[in-house]
Design a protein around this ligand. Structure first.
Ligand SMILES: NC(=O)c1ccc[n+]([C@@H]2O[C@H](COP(=O)([O-])OP(=O)(O)OC[C@H]3O[C@@H](n4cnc5c(N)ncnc54)[C@H](O)[C@@H]3O)[C@@H](O)[C@H]2O)c1
Length: 422
């Protein structure tokens, strides 16, 4: 059986130890010793003192072709009722959090970054994606960055596993024991994820169908979190396939690891106890959670609403020829003592994404008056393939952006932000 690891080229700073022929999990090592579990590290000669900063990435076999998330039927509960979804959500014990991973679903731009921060405090993390290329790139990113990120924070890295097999992703052994009905056994459940964070493309049917699969596959005490930028958990709950939205909520990250804020928003029926528990866990690993009051359904995330207004007026100023991107950003940086201005930020996010979000906002709130600026952005940038960082040129040329980066002294997180796997 092929494994993700067997297809990986040698990593820039790592050593690959693979055992695909025997079907065992393969180990991708980022130089020196191996982290075998949170707080315990094993080198070639046996147990060693904990290394300063050595990430381990375990790539499980990836029989993606055998298991499509869209064709699998729900797994029945096991005899002991460990997969019952009817029981109320209860917080997992502190001890179990060292064993049970955070499951990140989607290894793309944001998923790998969310995974990095959760893994940076000795916490186990599993990354699931249907794309071997995305997993490969995420392995590179984490291998390159987890050690240096932990070094900056004075923490130890946890296990990171990657897999394209949803069954493997929903437990941690890599080869979950199952009973005769196909359900994972009670013992395996003690190692199943305590939280799943979806970082899937921005499509409501895709997100809800994968969340529904996760809901059926994961134990009743597993929190389901969506990282969508514009789709609310309430919309996901209303879409249909989720049977138990009381453990679903939005957790919106802002391109970690540099940004640590996370907004938490209810699905409307999210169980109240989840918020203090999850906010506490986030603080422990270095995130800064902000909880939108449970009884309020905002039409978007707090920061996104404010940022939307800032982007809209910036684009209007540029479209009218009132100022150039460099002038707008210089004014903004000086006044707010900010690292970057709105034009540089829009280049970072991607101008195609900026245009899509603005179109979405216009559809939800006709009368915003941003049609001319949106048309200007599409004609002069998006349709010419000038999308910002992802394509090279954008509101700033690639050269201008490089000069700006030097100027702003962004060196603090340079290793983490600018690697080949990012
Ligand atoms: N990029 C950002 O700056 C940012 C910031 C905050 C939130 N978000 C939100 O995060 C989500 C992901 O954004 P992104 O930029 O990382 O997207 P992306 O396209 O980079 O990554 C999405 C990943 O999901 C994988 N995927 C697709 N279908 C799948 C499936 N059925 N099962 C498992 N994996 C699957 C893809 O292979 C891909 O690797 C979006 O909802 C976006 O709104 C993005």
């Amino acid at each position: 059986m092929a494994s993700t690891t067997s297809r990986l080229p040698p990593l820039a700073r790592g050593v690959i130890q693979g055992f695909p022929a025997s079907g065992k999990a393969a180990l991708v090592r980022a130089s020196r010793p191996i982290c075998t579990s949170a707080g315990r590290f094993r080198g070639a000669q046996g147990l060693l003192p904990p290394p300063r900063h050595t990430p381990l990435i375990r790539c499980c076999p990836t029989p993606a072709a055998q298991y499509s998330p869209f064709t699998t039927s729900p797994r029945p509960p096991d005899a002991a009722g460990h997969e019952s979804h009817h029981s109320k959500w209860r917080p997992p014990s502190d001890e179990s959090l060292d064993q049970r991973p955070v499951l990140v679903v989607g290894a793309g731009n944001i998923g790998r970054r969310v995974a990095l921060v959760w893994a940076s405090n000795g916490r186990p993390v599993t990354i699931y994606d249907i794309s071997p290329d995305a997993l490969h790139s995420a392995v590179e990113y984490i291998t390159d960055n987890l050690g240096s990120f932990c070094a900056q924070r004075g923490t130890h890295p946890g296990h990171v596993s990657t897999t394209a097999d949803l069954r493997t992703a929903t437990s941690t052994s890599g080869r979950p024991d199952r009973d005769s009905s196909g359900a994972v056994t009670a013992q395996e459940h003690t190692r199943a994820p305590w939280m799943a964070i979806e970082c899937l493309p921005e499509s409501l049917p895709l997100k809800t169908s994968v969340l529904a699969l996760l809901e059926r596959s994961l134990p009743a005490d597993c929190i389901l979190a969506s990282n969508s930028s514009s789709l609310t958990a309430a919309e996901m709950a209303a879409e249909g396939p989720l049977a138990f939205p009381h453990r679903l909520l939005n957790t919106h990250y802002f391109i970690p690891p540099r940004n640590r804020m996370v907004e938490l928003m209810s699905s409307g029926v999210t169980q109240a106890a989840i918020f203090p528990f999850l906010a506490g866990q986030m603080r422990r690993v270095g995130f800064v959670p902000v909880v939108v009051p449970r009884d309020i359904q905002s039409r978007g995330f707090v920061f996104n609403r404010i940022w939307a207004a800032c982007k809209r007026e910036t684009l209007a100023v540029l479209a009218e020829g009132v100022a150039r991107p460099a002038d707008v950003d210089a004014l903004f940086r000086d006044f707010f003592h900010a690292e970057k201005g709105p034009c540089e930020r829009m280049d970072e996010v991607g101008l195609d994404t900026v245009a899509r979000v603005e179109q979405h906002d216009l559809e939800r709130r006709p009368g915003l008056g941003s049609e001319p600026a949106l048309a200007w952005l599409r004609t002069n940038y998006v349709e010419r393939g000038k999308l910002g960082e992802k394509s090279g040129d954008g509101l700033f040329t690639a050269d201008e952006r490089d000069q700006l980066k030097e100027k702003h002294h962004l060196e603090k997180y340079k290793d983490v932000e600018e690697t080949s796997g990012a």
